[in-house]
Design a protein around this ligand. Sequence first.
Ligand code: PGA
Ligand code: ZN
Length: 411
Amino acid sequence: IIEDVEIRKILDSRGNPTVEVDVLTENGFGRAAAPSGASTGIREVTAFPEDGIDNIMNDFGSRVALELIGIDSQDTNLIDTILKEIDGTDNLSSLGGNIIVAISLATAKAASSSYNMPLYSFLGGNMKNEIPYPLGNMINGGAHAGKNAPDIQEFLVVPVGAKNITEAVFANSRVHKRIGELIKAKDKSFTGGKGDEGGWAPNLTNEDALYIQAKACEEVGDELGIEIRPSMDVAASSLWDDKQEKYVYEREGMLRNSGEQVDFVEDIINTYNMFFMEDPFHENDFNGFTELTRRSGNKCLICGDDIFVTNAELLQKGIDVGAANAIIIKPNQIGTLSDTYKTIKLAKDNGYVPVVSHRSGETTDETIAHLAVAFSCPLIKTGAIGGERIAKLNELIRIEKQMINVTMAKI
Ligand code: PGA
Ligand code: ZN
């Protein structure tokens, strides 16, 4: 039974304000914080009310906490329904999706703590005791880095041959280091700058970044004796220009229409044996997604982030047209734990790989590590280095140690 709910304004990894919520029950305690995106999808719920966080923080006791006190913290569906009713809007713009998601997750954590259970086992009634593979972020561009960095937002790797999570996260950090050396060798003026998600932010073309990444995957893979595969998040909504109806690669001075974008991305998938390709098209370009999935879906995960925004209705639309075979899961895109689970379930029922993900603006909250394990998601995207990223990776190491008969996910 919930006895108190407290909210406070805290820092995120970009130095911007976000919220943290504490939920106290008779014999439990849960704390969760919300992250923030930089390349947000237009159909995400609204993160914060238009007038900022301060007003809602002032009214929090009367408007929110009082409504929750006395409710059973285990009843996630009821809690989430109450939160949505208090908000009263479709896009959660009154309370703010970030405030709602922090309460929703903190309540589940309070419930798990009152049973003395870690969150993953409390939520994971029929979980498979599998640890997700980490998609490590190596090079940052686009909205996550400065002007001369690549147009493509994220160059990622997956240590697909790793036999446990420790081997996997250290393989990623080793590739990250090696890529830093290779960038330095190519560009003597590189000063080691990094982007929002801890990947390097170099003055490189997409092509050079891809080449360096592939080389590092191969070298470190050979050194460690495991296969490491390149991946990327194009974050193409950030490249799309509605007026020109083209994907604009500013740094490269290139424009591509949707058809040219399909050819461009297909070529990258084939040349670099890509494991995972996120948002290769903008959030309304279902046709581009469907065509690429038709051509490459058997050899690469084609993953939707901005196009689905963790929303079951949008995912269903994608399923109907064969738009992808994987989906990014970010709880604060949809606002509640129960809606997050609903989307994961729909994805799995239709053969879409759910990939639980951080945001570019993060906190040291580790909850997504638990969600990925609880809901048996085979991949987690949460960077490779940096305090707010390793909070999740190190939590996975702890979880793996606690679990019995644990294996890596099947990917
Ligand atoms: P965001 O980007 O957190 O800035 O929205 C992450 C992503 O596009 O995957
Ligand atoms: Zn993305």
